[in-house]
Write a protein that binds this ligand. Sequence first.
Ligand code: PDD
Length: 287
Amino acid sequence: MGRIVYLNGEYLPEDQAKVSIFDRGFLMADAVYEVTSVLGGKLIDFDGHVVRLARSLNELGMKNPLSRADLLEIHRELLRVNEVVDGGVYLQISRGAPADRDFVFPDPVETPQTVVLFTQSKPGITDSPSARDGIKVISIPDERWARRDIKTVQLLYPSMGKMMAKKAGCDDAWLVENGLVTEGTSNNAYIIKGNRIITRNLSNDILHGITRAAVLRFAREAQMEVEERPFTIEEAQSADEAFISSATMFVTPVVEIDGVAIGSGKPGRNASRLRDIYLEESRKNAI
Ligand code: PDD
């Protein structure tokens, strides 16, 4: 049996959840999304995702159709009916399906937004080979649009980046603009030098990762120094350690960049420690 998913107020078997071909998410990528991870049947950093969702909607002039309480109830109901222990919940809100294709936004009163949520079950997600062995990344030019702070479903270039990495025998790609790393295709990028974590400062150039905020807070609490500034691939290659963060990868060590081993070429001590702290604290605070 397939999953039960949520579509516009209804819980439906996944093969019965249908969206119009005129939906602007489908035709124009006019939609925003969030991915919230689930550990032990509970939601990680839920409030951070709710706040960022509201911001993304606001930046695109869309209203927020669901309150925090509604969202929490839907997330929890989906986890319950689908018996998800470890994995995540994907949420997408589009500007809805007007009567025809048109570049101009539809009247929000006449065209309700399309709200979709579904679960992804990933048993043992925290024991992945990438966490144990680290991942290898390549660098590619950042050819995305200039509002990467808005979490839209325009994910073609990130998908192409993952395919370029795969073709090169690697796991992911770091995006480079004007000689400086912005972020990973679907994660934030960090390097570590001594006791100092370096990651790009927040701006419209990167997604304001919810995991990033938590990781930097935990790093400071663990007496590590945090420097928020851009870095080059060369600086990353000569760093002691590197890692990425996201709701789906938590903290995952990076052991190679463009064929150059980072540090010992094995997951670094600090990145592994941060991962442990992140998972422990997240489990404690999960709702
Ligand atoms: N991606 N940067 C980009 C471009 C991302 O797509 C993501 C998340 C992040 C990390 O954000 P967070 O820590 O809030 O997950 C950074 C999600 C997981 C995805 O697209 O599946």
